[in-house]
Design a protein around this ligand. Structure first.
Ligand code: ADA
Length: 569
């Protein structure tokens, strides 16, 4: 899957997406698999989720994927995986390169010396819930964990010196100044290496540097006359960095995100966040998101009048972020998680895995202007004292990696929460009118939450209702407009949106739960609350067909957007 811009002009990159050979190995132990024992008797699409295909629907176990790739010149190469679910082992010509735990994030595997000729790539993919392999994914989460190589795969040829990572942050919007942080790799110390930064085809920096393996190069450059990025005018800038024979291009937006006075502001201008939570799930493709689907999703997001998406509950596809960059949609990028129990939260091995996962999330998303805040640990025990150090650690890591964005987490125990002082944005999940009370109780409950957050000393922080919603079985109605009808969902969401837009001025962000219906867990307790095994709180169904609430939300968001644009003129 290509990105929306060319990332490397000099570095040779081979796309490995397509049809791979496949074998389903069931309950096999990956540590006991030998290359000779593998019989590839099927094929599978990459990207794709093998357990969303008819032959393997709902299966859990080990699978093997294989492809072959031409290596034109011998030397150092890198396999780049955008996401594999949810544990894998990568083999190059039968030799294990590395294991990787956790879905939804990019990782790579290096081949220090690849011979010229045809090479075989095998990926053992495991979608079982096995604590020995990963602690990040648990069966009780309220979404179906599909397995497979769900995002693109590429082979990169690297020389003796290469760029591992480029982070570009806006430093000063008035002066159009950005900071570049370049992590480089090299087989040995290299002296006098030319470094160039280009923008609009012209150098904005030329230099020579001594490259010490593993060292970071930091520079600032200005992009004179560049338009700022904002939701109304999402102006993008392509910045290319060349270091010796290697290069990388990023597409950035000059913009500054700040919080204060109860608001989130882009370039000093307060915005009210109006939008949805979004899962990356589809009955036929699982967690893989074909380009056509991403484009369709973004069309609907825009049509609904949203300016905000919370990537629930894991890092979203980089191509989706590209489309949000272009559309001026503000995204909350969240690391994987869902109501982890206290024992898991306090397990040091779990924290270590979360930290790696968070680093991968940041690496893949940090240059997207659409990403305006980082989130962690959806609905975890933020009311339990023993869990507070975990919040400190994960949120602290985000601040260390990227001081330019606010951090948050979605709390579902707001009245007992012990960690709100650690965030820049207070975010609350609440289900009045669904899990408790009726539709009429919604305004009072939202006001109560706002009053509590202020009384707890956080009046300066933006307050987002990060989840609120109701289930609606598509096409279902009854004489009482009861629970599960499209009418009930519509009435509930209208009440919520009206209150946020008209009834108060404290809540300045809304993430409706949820944009599209998606398959829920296999966990029985949850399944019994999920008709059709689907979490059906979407305003479109799992095939993106609008329900009644779609038009209602569209009209309210649309009107709010028009008013906001007028007041800015
Ligand atoms: C929670 C959770 C969501 C979803 C939702 C629901 O708030 O964060 O992932 O499970 O409830 O549908 O009940």
């Amino acid at each position: 899957m290509t990105r929306r811009f060319v990332r490397h002009e000099r570095r040779p990159v081979t796309a490995l997406d397509g049809i791979w050979d496949f074998a389903f190995l069931g309950d096999a132990d990956p540590d006991r698999i030998t290359r000779a024992s593998l019989v590839f008797d099927e094929v599978m699409a990459v990207p794709g989720s093998f357990d969303a295909t008819p032959a393997h629907a709902g299966r859990r176990g080990l699978a093997a994927y294989r492809t072959r790739v031409a290596v034109e010149r011998p030397g150092r190469h890198r396999l780049v995986f955008e996401a594999v679910h949810h544990w894998c082992r990568v083999l190059w010509n039968g030799r294990p390169l590395r294991d990787h735990a956790g879905g939804f994030t990019r990782f790579s595997a290096d081949i220090e010396h690849a011979e010229a000729g045809t090479a075989e790539v095998i990926v053992l993919v495991d979608n079982r819930f096995d604590d020995a392999r990963t602690l990040l994914h648990q069966e009780h989460f309220d979404w179906y964990h599909f397995g497979g190589i769900t995002r693109s795969v590429e082979l990169h040829r690297l020389g003796d010196l290469w760029i591992d990572r480029l982070q570009i942050s806006t430093e000063d919007i008035e002066e159009r100044r950005v900071a570049l942080r370049l992590d480089v790799g090299a087989t040995a110390l290299a002296e006098g290496v030319p470094l160039t930064v280009e923008w609009r085809g012209r150098p904005v920096l030329t230099d020579t540097v001594d490259v010490i393996p593993g060292e970071r190069i930091e520079r600032t450059v200005t992009l004179p006359g560049a338009r700022l990025w904002s939701p109304d005018d999402p102006a993008l800038q392509e910045v290319s960095v060349r270091l010796g024979d290697d290069d990388v291009r990023e597409r950035i937006g000059l913009r500054e995100i700040t919080t204060g006075g109860g608001r989130l502001a882009v370039n000093g201008e307060a915005v009210t966040l109006l939008g949805f939570n979004r899962h990356e799930s589809h009955p036929q493709f699982g967690h893989a998101q074909p380009e056509a689907l991403l484009v369709a999703d973004v069309q609907q997001i825009r049509d609904l009048g949203c300016n905000f998406i919370r990537g629930s509950h894991y890092p979203q596809d980089p191509l989706f972020l590209d489309l949000c960059d272009e559309a001026g949609i503000l995204v909350w990028s969240e690391s994987v998680g869902w109501q982890y129990p206290v024992e898991r939260m306090t397990d040091p091995a779990f924290v270590a895995e979360q930290l790696d996962h968070i680093d991968e999330m940041v690496d893949a998303a940090v240059n997207h202007p659409s990403v305006v805040m980082w989130g962690v640990l959806n609905e975890c025990p933020s009311e339990v004292p023993e869990c507070r150090p975990v919040y400190e650690r994960l949120l602290g890591r985000l601040k260390e990696s990227d001081a330019s964005r606010p951090v948050t987490y979605a709390s579902f125990k707001i009245y007992e929460d012990l960690c709100l002082d650690l965030v820049d944005v207070v975010a609350v999940n609440t289900y009045p009118g669904w899990y408790f009370g009726g539709v009429e109780d919604i305004p009072a409950e939202l006001d109560r939450i706002a009053a509590h957050v202020d009384a707890a000393g956080h009046a300066e922080k933006p307050l987002i209702i990060s989840e609120i919603g109701a289930g609606a079985v598509p096409g279902w109605n009854d004489a009482n407009n009861g629970h599960w009808t499209e009418e009930y969902q519509t009435a509930l969401l209208e009440k919520v949106v009206r209150h946020v837009l008209e009834g108060q001025d404290r809540i300045t962000g809304l993430g409706i739960w949820v944009l599209g219906d998606f398959r829920s867990t296999e966990y029985r307790e949850m399944l019994l609350k999920r008709p059709r095994s689907i979490n059906d709180k979407g305003v479109v169904d799992e095939y993106r067909r609008p329900k009644q609430a779609y038009a209602a939300v569209r009209s309210l968001f649309g009107e709010a957007g028009r008013r906001a644009r007028q007041s800015r003129r």
